[in-house]
Design a protein around this ligand. Structure first.
Ligand code: SAH
Ligand code: SF4
Length: 341
């Protein structure tokens, strides 16, 4: 939904000023999926608005539900025919749902292990298309009579948020706008492949929003191979940007680390990671999320569980807090790095 477009449509029809608030309330707070559902509006207005100010800028193409019921993936078509994917997750029992959203169709970074990276970049989304993914899931919960509500948003779907910084920033402002979804800044997380200038801007603009850095290797030779943008912003430059982030915010930084069997998963690699953290800032300001590689059409393999545990133990020995992230949604190709058009 584009509230500006809506405001324009309302004013050009000479509607009273309070209509906008009524509609925003119905759409964002109560999950109305069509104007027909907003009964406080006069019938002719309901009919007129649908084509002029669509409630969603994307349409559902396909929806998959994981066997455990804790994740759902939707392919959504954009107005120009491109498609993106978005995921609804329940990381822990309770009423809170997390949505994993895309900021671009495809991605230009081209990490070797990621399905989205294989597609290249088609285009960045608009702030409206980003926010509407969350709105899509709000409507979905209501339509399917699913208990709970969407409380958390992670920018961990398709695309690199700091390759479209302004757009991602505007979408965060919209997601947290109290007259729209009104999400808490602390319930939003942005994940980057490591665009150092973006990290620095982000520290100033959104000190309350969580930051995740996809590290995957703590030596430049290996990281440049896995995450090609490391050639532009190598580890020393990344560390500098993290120091800025730590100084300007009081948040922890989440380091994402995809474990690839035989490539970055030995105790030696864990030692390099611990050394990188120690050089960058106080160890307690970091949290490492280990993710076993989710199968994609790339030539990598996930390590055995024991190897992942040994990696974790090595980091803990160095005083780091570490979790091995559960791979929710693998059966619907909706886990990290599996999103494609
Ligand atoms: N472009 C951003 C955000 C989207 S990717 C980034 O890279 O951070 C979200 C997370 O999924 C990243 O941490 C990414 O490294 C991880 N990921 C990508 N491919 C994966 C795969 N095949 N298995 C597990 N995690 C993967
Ligand atoms: Fe892009 Fe992130 Fe995938 Fe790398 S992991 S190709 S940055 S979406």
């Amino acid at each position: 939904m584009d509230p500006l477009k809506l405001a324009h449509a309302l004013s050009s029809r000479g509607e009273p000023g309070y209509r906008l608030g009524q509609i925003l309330e119905a759409v964002y707070k109560r999950g109305a999926a069509s104007y027909a559902e907003i009964k406080v509006l006069p019938a002719p207005l309901r009919e007129a608005l649908a084509p002029q100010a669509p409630i969603l800028s994307l349409t559902e193409r396909r929806l998959l539900v994981s066997k455990d019921g804790r994740s759902r993936k939707a392919a959504l078509a954009l107005a120009d025919g491109l498609a993106i994917e978005t995921v609804l997750l329940k990381p822990k029992p309770g009423p809170d749902w997390t949505t994993c959203i895309s900021c671009q169709a495809g991605c230009a970074v081209g990490c070797t292990f990621c399905a989205t990276g294989l597609m290249g970049l088609k285009r960045s989304l608009t702030p409206e298309e980003i926010v509407d993914q969350v709105l899509f899931w709000v409507q979905h919960l209501k339509r399917e009579n699913m208990p709970g509500r969407v409380t958390n948003v992670v920018f961990m779907g398709m695309g690199e948020p700091f390759h479209c910084y302004e757009i991602a920033a505007e979408s965060i402002r919209q997601l947290t706008d109290p007259v729209r979804l009104g999400l808490a800044q602390r319930h939003i997380a942005v994940s980057t492949a490591g665009l150092a200038p973006g990290i620095e801007r982000f520290a100033t603009d959104f000190p309350q929003v969580s930051l995740a850095l996809s590290l995957h290797a703590a030596n430049d030779r290996l990281r440049s191979k896995l995450v090609p943008v490391n050639k532009v912003y190598p580890l020393a430059r990344l560390a500098e940007s993290l120091r800025v982030y730590l100084a300007k915010t009081n948040r922890r930084v989440f380091l994402e680390y995809v474990l690839l069997a035989g490539e970055n998963d030995t105790p030696g690699h864990a030692g390099e990671l611990a050394a990188f953290v120690r050089k960058t800032g106080p160890v307690h300001r970091f949290h490492v999320n280990l993710i076993a590689w989710n199968p994609t059409r790339t030539s990598h393999a996930a390590p055995a569980a024991a190897q992942a545990r040994a990696f974790k133990a090595e980091l803990e020995k160095a005083g780091l807090s570490v979790t091995i992230r559960k791979n929710l949604g693998q059966d619907i190709q909706g886990a990290c790095g599996q999103l494609i058009q």
